[in-house]
Design a protein around this ligand. Structure first.
Ligand code: ACO
Length: 703
């Protein structure tokens, strides 16, 4: 990540603006003006070949003529002269370039971007952008951008792929009272990417939470690794969630994969908290930048009104921290600070009679009590109370508790006075929101953060070298035949190598061979066409099930060959597979596709109508741990079916989780070989009796 280079680029002691202009309204003018107005105390060197002074600063015609060292160069010259300028920066010894200029890969000129990168690499320079607004740092009073001004100060830092969004949000940080230390526009991410900045922020003492606006990324694995290592909360908003790459996919899984599902899974696996929209990004960023994680599930809500309490209760359930009644000793104590008609259960209703003292006493007691893992304080503005005094009572109570590892969020519902009081709370480190559900959602993000810390470290994976070699041998045979897909028999050999139970299957080339094999495997049987040219066997009339005797085998054998030839006259037919007919079980599907950003992924869902119509599936980026496999089983909508409904016995979820894990190992190990794959159906039996992969498909990467 080149910490020192990024330090120089983003927190420079001296900065040159190449393409600085004396003409107001031009970007090259605005950047110089912004740096001055922001109060930057480092050295500023405008570079322009045609003038001698810009905004009172001496101007140099070329960066190489500047007598001092330059840490960071902000570039605002047109794309066509970029190569020349980057070369000059290299010769000058500048290490960090902030390239505001547009007109590169975003408009199909990747060649210009590559040229710039090649020069930068030669000199060991790093590039932010191109096609960006710039970079802003409150703690350095550095506004190296054409955004309106430094943001509302705080401890979060934002990285955004959309420059327009940075400009739009910059001043909104004041009205929304969400404090940021750094705002960084990352644009085309030709070089410095999200992962680099996540790593860099981890060592930035002025950042306590990293906030990301993501449109897409090229190297998802690097992102996951960096996020997993981060010791700071990361909250991300992903836009552009329509399906990608799905249309061209040949397998079932391919058509079900979508950017949204894979990003959501990847965020989870990386320990990143996902925001649902811009408001959510702001609210969660504020909360995570100011409060510690919520380490347990005991949420206590204090309020002075039933309505807000009920809204908060609904939100608690919705966001995954459902309320429990407070223990008897907590209720006893709380009752001392409310009238008889109040409620000391949870949510606690202090009633409209609650004043400063009741808020102070109950906040202090509840926050300090060991049962409480997180406290949400709600207040509805009344004529007998002053919101500012209530805010101060809450703050005093929290301070006096001396606790730094327990979170609190607040909601005041009222008018201008309430709004002001909330502003005061935020400035004093307590996140406050205008609606009770948002305060609860904010608390839930702190709970999510704690849960994700455990989850992201649950991953454990080791390559099974023996299994891998067996699989590679099977694949090598297919490659030697110039095939880009395995037959079902071969695919099952690969699955079997990784320990997955597959139905017995053998290839017969003649009717008599089929009969002999069938008798050996035992009835009932399934007969299937084996041809690398016929992937969708049922569509070709290439599958016959429930064959009960020798006559049945002979008839099915002939019919299948006839149908296959009618379906595709020139198909390369290897023969007919004779397969054990697995007994009925709950049908599930396992699948895999290569995501453009995150590489090999694993999909799981219920089979049949659930996958065809309801698309009730879930994804993970491989490798998937046992814990993650169990979680995948639990998170599909059809999960209760596996748990056993309407008198059905529960299915063998333990063996299913093991199979998902084994499948993920297979996909991860063979990622250079496998393009797409699925096991459909996998038949899952009653608890303790396992499962069987009834059909398996593997499509190879073109080589
Ligand atoms: N060294 C130093 N200065 C130079 C050099 C050089 N080699 N070559 C030209 N210059 C000077 C020019 O003389 C000019 O200064 P002047 O005003 O004194 O004449 C200055 O650099 C700028 O050059 P212009 O040709 O006037 O270019 P202009 O200012 O019109 O545009 C810009 C340059 C802003 C970089 C433009 O090409 C561009 O990319 N605009 C889009 C930037 C953007 O929006 N980025 C964010 C995207 S995200 C979002 O959408 C918000």
């Amino acid at each position: 990540m080149d910490k020192q280079v990024l330090d120089k680029m983003l927190r420079p002691k001296s900065v040159a603006i190449i393409g600085a202009s004396a003409t107001p309204g031009k970007i090259g003018y605005t950047v110089v003006d912004n740096i001055i107005k922001g109060g930057y105390t480092g050295k500023i060197y405008p570079i322009n070949p045609t003038c001698t002074e810009i905004l009172g600063l001496k101007t140099y015609p070329e960066i190489e003529q500047v007598p001092d060292e330059i840490d960071s160069a902000i570039i605002t010259v047109p794309a066509k002269v970029m190569a020349e300028v980057v070369e000059e920066c290299g010769r000058k010894g500048v290490k960090g370039l902030i390239v505001i200029t547009s007109g590169f890969s975003e408009v199909g000129r990747k060649d210009l971007e590559d040229q710039m990168l090649e020069i930068a690499a030669r000199y060991g320079m790093r590039i932010l952008g191109p096609n960006i607004v710039g970079s802003l740092s409150n703690s350095d009073k550095f506004n190296g951008s054409f955004a309106p001004g430094l943001p509302f100060p705080g401890k979060a830092s934002l990285v955004t792929q959309s420059g327009a969004l940075l400009i739009a949000l910059d001043m909104a940080t004041y009205t929304r009272r969400v404090g940021f230390d750094k705002l960084i526009s990352i644009g085309n991410m030709a070089d410095v990417d999200f992962a680099d900045l996540i790593e860099w922020f981890d060592e930035d003492e002025n950042t306590t939470c990293v906030s990301l606006y993501i449109e897409g990324m090229k190297n998802g694995r690097k992102f996951i690794d960096a996020a997993r290592k981060s010791s700071k909360p990361i909250v991300a908003l992903k836009s552009g969630v329509s399906a990608h790459g799905a249309a061209a996919a040949a397998s079932h899984t391919g058509s079900l994969a979508g950017a949204a599902k894979i990003y959501t899974s990847a965020f989870k696996q990386a320990g990143v908290i996902q925001a649902t929209d811009l408001n959510d990004l702001f609210n969660r960023t504020l909360t995570l930048s100011q409060q510690p994680p919520m380490k347990g599930d005991n949420l206590l809500i204090l309020s002075n009104g039933g309505g807000v309490g009920v809204l908060a209760t609904d939100a608690a359930e919705k966001y995954g921290i459902p309320l429990k009644f407070a223990p008897a000793d907590v209720q006893e104590e709380l009752k001392k600070h409310m009238p008889d008609f109040g409620s000391a259960k949870n949510p606690v209703d202090l009633t409209g009679m609650a004043g400063n003292d009741w808020y102070y006493q109950t906040t202090k007691f509840s926050f300090s009590h060991k049962w409480t893992d997180g406290l949400v304080v709600l207040y509805c503005e009344t004529a007998m109370t002053n919101p500012q005094e209530i805010a101060e009572s809450i703050k005093k109570a929290v301070d006096e508790s001396g606790l730094k590892d327990k979170p609190i969020t607040v909601s005041f519902v009222g008018g201008e006075k309430s709004d002001k009081a909330m502003g005061w709370l935020v400035e004093n480190g307590i996140p406050a929101f205008g609606a009770p559900d948002i305060a609860v959602n904010a608390m839930a993000s702190l709970r999510d953060y704690a849960r994700l810390q455990e989850y992201k470290n649950s991953d454990h994976f080791e390559t099974d070298e023996k299994a891998k070699q067996m699989a590679l041998d099977v694949i090598a045979k297919a490659r030697a035949d110039n095939r880009d897909s395995l037959t079902e028999i071969e695919a099952k050999e690969v699955f079997k190598a990784y320990g997955m139970p597959v139905t017995s299957i053998s290839l017969s080339k003649t009717e008599d061979e089929a009969v002999a094999l069938g008798k050996k495997i035992g009835f009932p049987l399934v007969l299937k066409i084996v041809s690398p040219d016929i992937l969708h066997k049922s569509d070709a009339g290439g599958v016959k099930v429930n064959i009960k005797d020798e006559a049945g085998i002979r008839e099915a054998f002939q019919t299948i060959l006839k149908n296959a030839k009618a379906y595709k006259a020139d198909a390369d037919i290897h023969g007919v597979a004779i397969q054990e007919m697995a007994p009925w079980g709950t049908e599930v599907i396992l699948g895999s596709v290569n995501d453009p950003a995150f590489g090999p992924t694993v999909m799981f869902g219920l089979g049949g109508i659930f996958v065809e119509v309801l698309k009730d599936v879930t994804f993970r980026v491989t490798p998937v741990s046992h814990a993650q496999a169990e979680e995948m089983i639990g998170e599909i909508k059809g999960a209760p079916i596996l748990a056993g409904v309407r008198g059905e016995k529960p299915r063998d979820k333990k063996e299913l989780a093991k199979a998902i894990y084994q499948y993920s190992c297979m996909i991860y190990d063979l990622q250079d070989e496998i393009k797409e794959s699925d096991a459909n159906p996998v038949l899952v039996y009653e608890e303790g009796t396992g499962l069987k992969v009834a059909d398996a498909r593997i499509i190879l990467k073109a080589k």
